[in-house]
Write a protein that binds this ligand. Structure first.
Ligand code: GUN
Length: 287
């Protein structure tokens, strides 16, 4: 069994990007719009800002109050769409309930949509055109490639059909780069245990702590765990621990490769966003 070390791969990619950015005539510039003061969003945006500085990007957080109207947010997006100094920007989700997230996503210029959430980028990805791919599936693809994991012709079960993980992941794995035979499982799937037990590769992205158990995993399978849930623990100092969607201790011994939580998929997501921003600065997708 080999543990997929997302921290190591992320550190390697980060160094490559630092070197690339140092050679660029214009520094990539990423802006994050943060509406309100959701604690988790503050943390994520803080990490992104720090990573930008470390890689050598320009970056800034545009903080808007929780009372910002949808129109005001859309106007702010228009302003960033038209600001030539800004290569890419993201609107940190979730947004307050009075704002329609889909409308916001569709207001972003696809050329600056480094989250890869705009339907134009999603559509281009699905038909195999160059596009910004959302951070988590892109990070998983990079991990599979880094570890030279054989995917061609393999049965892959993606558990979860979210717009930002499950759906794009299933599309990417079925494409010619990976050539998997993909099953998308979800909350209405019947006989999920049997479906998973036939998989050579499992991507668990349903958001349920320790859902995938050893009896669902074929010996020698590759298991990619996208989940991250904080649960109570009497074994840690602060009384909490992070777990994935996979019951790691019992599943890991059966696997050929597995991602741990934390330190597997997580560290790669921010790296993917940074890569997308370099691509935006270089006009690599939309020439
Ligand atoms: N909220 C949680 N993950 C993400 C992400 O990748 N992008 C944005 N914009 N918001 C998020």
């Amino acid at each position: 069994m080999q543990i997929i070390d997302g921290k190591h791969v992320a550190a390697t990619f980060k160094m490559q990007m630092q070197q690339e950015v140092a050679q660029m005539s214009v520094k990539p510039c990423l802006v994050a719009i943060l509406v309100g003061n959701d604690g988790a969003s503050e943390t994520y945006v803080g990490h992104k800002e720090k990573m930008c500085a470390e890689i050598g990007f320009e970056s800034r957080v545009d903080r808007l109050s929780a009372q910002t109207t949808e129109t005001e947010l859309l106007d702010h997006i228009k302003m960033l769409n038209n600001d030539e100094r800004v290569h890419g920007f993201i609107v940190q989700m979730p947004l307050p309930n009075h704002i329609d997230e889909q409308k916001v996503i569709e207001a972003i210029d696809p050329r600056k949509d480094v989250d890869g959430f705009h339907p134009v980028n999603v559509g281009r990805m699905v038909i195999g055109l160059p596009s910004y791919v959302s951070a988590t599936p892109k990070g998983i693809c990079d991990l599979l490639k880094f570890y030279n994991i054989e995917t061609s012709g393999k049965n892959c079960v993606v558990i979860g059909r979210s717009n930002i993980v499950g759906r794009p992941m299933s599309n990417l794995l079925s494409d010619k780069e990976f050539n998997c035979t993909v099953t998308v499982a979800h909350s209405r799937t019947q006989n999920l245990k049997e479906v998973c037990a036939g998989a050579d590769i499992i991507v668990a992205a349903l958001g349920k702590a320790e859902f995938v158990t050893a009896d669902m995993v074929k010996p020698g399978a590759v298991v990619i765990d996208v989940g991250i849930t904080r649960i109570k623990s009497d074994k840690t100092k602060n009384g909490w621990k992070l777990v994935g969607d996979v019951k790691y201790d019992e599943v890991a011994p059966k696997c050929s490769f597995i991602t741990p939580v934390p330190g597997g998929v997580g560290p790669m997501t921010i790296i993917s966003l940074m890569r997308n921003t370099i691509m935006a600065a270089n006009n690599e997708i939309y020439k």
